[in-house]
Design a protein around this ligand. Structure first.
Ligand code: SAM
Length: 269
């Protein structure tokens, strides 16, 4: 569907795109194909799509996958989705808010694919990474800056970067100009591919307590943040940093996930 067709369709149903729900629809078939190609979908795959909108990405997914579960929050769009996807028997449409719904796939492998509304990007990625049965991988169209933050390396690490890289290997697969959406958003996007999803063998709660303390005042040195946040003597923190071959004056932004993993087993708290 191009921009004119989408406009006509929405007019026909007397619907205006809802900005708050991030309704910027993809209007370029090449980009839809690029997303599905990046997701590496085959006829044995079950796919969950978040934010199906008018079903343009859903259709391309349905042609490649065994089954597509398309989740959409906006009740107004469900009628359009039902109509646009009526010939695809392998599509199940679910109305609901993915952040609040208990919808969870158990015992089945699945892939997550979405052109995400920007406001849910971080909570959604974290939610799915933390599930008991996380997806095999994710292919997400997200705001370019968010994709860059998630894939950052030292000295640009941040809490979100560590949270995602703890569970997976994220990578930017492609950049997508804002010209390919209707209505046109203010920012460009990127296709983010998140692979190798799993959980390192460590006490997750303790790990994130350490990381959160480390980033509590990002401009301050790690030693001060950890000492204050964990209520531990600075001398003990310094000994642990040196043991982990880290500069005692370093900041949280310089540490990779592996550094945090070594550090968590070197500090008693
Ligand atoms: N997939 C379509 C496309 O590529 O053109 C639409 C993508 S649009 C960027 C995001 C879609 O997510 C919108 O249809 C919006 O209504 C839906 N949405 C927003 N918040 C949601 C939520 N919390 N749960 C499920 N869907 C949501």
């Amino acid at each position: 569907m191009n921009g004119t067709n989408i406009k006509k369709l929405l007019q026909e149903y007397q619907i205006r795109p809802n900005k708050r729900l991030g309704q910027n629809f993809l209007i370029d078939e090449n980009i839809l194909n690029k997303i599905v190609k990046t997701a590496d979908i085959s006829k044995t795959d079950t796919v969950i799509e978040i934010g199906a909108g008018l079903g343009n990405l859903t259709q391309v997914l349905a042609q490649k996958a065994k089954q597509v579960i398309a989740i959409e929050k906006d009740k107004r769009l469900i009628r359009i989705l039902n109509n646009n996807l009526k010939n695809y028997k392998n599509v199940k449409i679910v109305q609901g808010d993915i952040l609040n719904t208990k919808y969870e796939i158990r015992n089945t492998k699945y892939k997550l694919v979405a052109n995400l509304p920007y406001y849910i990007t971080s909570p959604l990625i974290r939610k799915f990474l933390e599930l008991k049965n996380p997806p095999q991988d994710m292919t997400l169209l997200v705001q370019k800056e968010v994709a860059q933050r998630i894939c950052a390396q030292p000295p640009k690490m941040n809490l979100l970067t560590v949270a995602v890289q703890f569970y997976s290997r994220p990578k930017i697969a492609n950049h997508v100009s804002k010209e390919h959406f209707w209505p046109k958003p203010k920012v460009d996007s990127a296709i983010l591919r998140i692979k190798n999803i799993g959980k390192p063998k460590v006490d997750v709660e303790k790990f994130f307590k350490l990381v959160k303390a480390g980033f509590s005042s990002p401009r301050k040195q790690l030693i001060n943040n950890l000492s204050r946040g964990l209520d531990i003597d600075k001398k003990q923190i310094k000994r642990a940093l040196i043991k982990c071959e880290l500069d005692s004056q370093t900041r949280a932004q310089n540490l990779r996930v592996n550094d945090w993993l070594t550090l968590v087993s070197s500090i008693l708290f």
